[in-house]
Design a protein around this ligand. Sequence first.
Ligand SMILES: [Ca+2]
Ligand SMILES: [Ca+2]
Ligand SMILES: [Ca+2]
Length: 316
Amino acid sequence: MKPFKQYGSTRLRAGMIGGFAAAAVAAAMQATPATAAGSIDNSAVARASHGGAAYVSVAAAQSVPLADPVLSIEVASSGVIDDGGDGTVDAGDMVRLTVTVTNKSNVTISGVLPGETGIAFDGVAGTGSFAAASPEGPVTLAPGASQDFTAAYTLAAEDIYRAAAAPDGVVATATVSASGPGDAPLSGDGAARMTIPADPALSIAKTATLKEENGNTGDGLAETGDTITYTYVVTNTGNVALTGVKIVDVHEGVEIDSSTVASGTEGPFDETATATDPLGRNADAGIDGIYDVLGAGGSVTFTFAHTVSQAEFDAQ
Ligand SMILES: [Ca+2]
Ligand SMILES: [Ca+2]
Ligand SMILES: [Ca+2]
């Protein structure tokens, strides 16, 4: 058989490799990277020499198709309300969000970052926004790999008042974006739900003002017939609205209930809101010695006038 072509030629003929004696064959395989999308392509030739001349076979090609790229990410969010260690959720405390992104694709993805985060309190957008995530990203993820991003939100009093006691009343969301091969976009989102526990609490401050109209006026001392006006400021220091707010004052061993004291004798108590809560939940139907709804952060002032009796003066 006559040689078809010497080494280095670009014109080849199939089947050449079968014509050489085994001892004289020195074969080499040339593999080329895949160039066509969706397959791995190889083209091989056999090379050998005979009598000082080099010979090469025609190429034998193989193309193995690749599975289609599958692009998918999984976003899982979790969150905690950090009360700062004092047992009470109050303004300045933090919501700490963790967003775990897992590459569920069969290809490496890049540009992974939580592009948007948001938070709502009982369905209303928070007064602020999350600080930048850590790490800020973007990151690259191999198939199956995961990355945690954390972000923190500083609670305002209004946020707390709005969601306190509502089950899963705090919802933090994150939208994650990424890119697959060829800048193919993909995204996912996750939500974390949290509950701010109810923390009802209230305080009272009481002052007394003497109006001297009898006896020795101007000495700052009460005498029969003088009037003492008591002022009580009740503040809702908790995180939920309080209802039926009233005063119970024990005066010289006698209990006076602002909601039942008879009108026309002494009193009645007068109640007026002096500080509203940020959500405008203060409500009262009328002056009756009881304040109907006192929102978190709100205050109401009660006043009550007492005339010093002869019996009180004699009993000193
Ligand atoms: Ca706290
Ligand atoms: Ca006096
Ligand atoms: Ca009232």
